[in-house]
Design a protein around this ligand. Sequence first.
Ligand SMILES: C[S@@+](CC[C@H](N)C(=O)[O-])C[C@H]1O[C@@H](n2cnc3c(N)ncnc32)[C@H](O)[C@@H]1O
Length: 251
Amino acid sequence: MTVYFIGAGPGDPELITVKGQRLIRSCPVILYAGSLVPEAVLAGNSAEKVVNTAELNLGEIIALLRQAHECGQDVARVHSGDPSLYGAIGEQIRELRALDIPFEIIPGVTATAACAALLESELTLPGIAQTVILTRYGTTSPMPAGEQLHDLARHRATMAIHLGVSHLPAIVGELLPHYGADCPIAVIHRASWPDQDWVLGTLADIEAKVAAKEFRRTALILVGRVLDPGAFAESALYDATHRHLYRPGND
Ligand SMILES: C[S@@+](CC[C@H](N)C(=O)[O-])C[C@H]1O[C@@H](n2cnc3c(N)ncnc32)[C@H](O)[C@@H]1O
């Protein structure tokens, strides 16, 4: 018996891994984070128990995993995007280890990747940005020391901010001094869902542009010059004069 933590991807049921889908279709027990995982991701399952854990607490979830373990039943534990990011799997893993219940993690397509795809952007462009910071806006769970948005903004890296759309004015205020008013910023709502929508603007005008929308939850903020880079250098990787292991040259 194994508990499989499965990344469901950002919403589109075709953006789950083949392995994740196979396990969802074969496990007799499915626990899924229903606040972000659409039921369409569970299509084709033949489980005898399917539970939406959105309204359960940790103890209740562990009790269900324990019950499945006692019955020798594999569990598909389905989280949105990639489970390693804001999925609260760390605390479940700790409990499973203490109970000696085997588990495995199946990665997924994270929201940041889906949003970059939607914007047709590369998040790491030569000479513009070579670092991506994935963070969230801290309100109920405070951010650790040194990870306030203004601390991270000093790097001027491409940044993906989760769980922040309802705090956009405060976020813009912290980013502005570091990125500049003309820096591009996008707010992407439910990327890859049928009702996906997004707004692209600058730090100067994004608040007004987003105010016209109803982006309450499940929206990601992407900021950085890679979103509208203008001229940027070509990569060394595909430079015709650059020789490397796979392209040693004919001369
Ligand atoms: C609890 S976190 C889970 C992140 C998830 N594990 C991942 O890898 O994408 C939820 C936040 O991720 C972002 N998010 C998740 N799915 C999204 C989507 N399809 N479009 C835009 N943002 C999304 C939003 O900021 C949302 O509030």
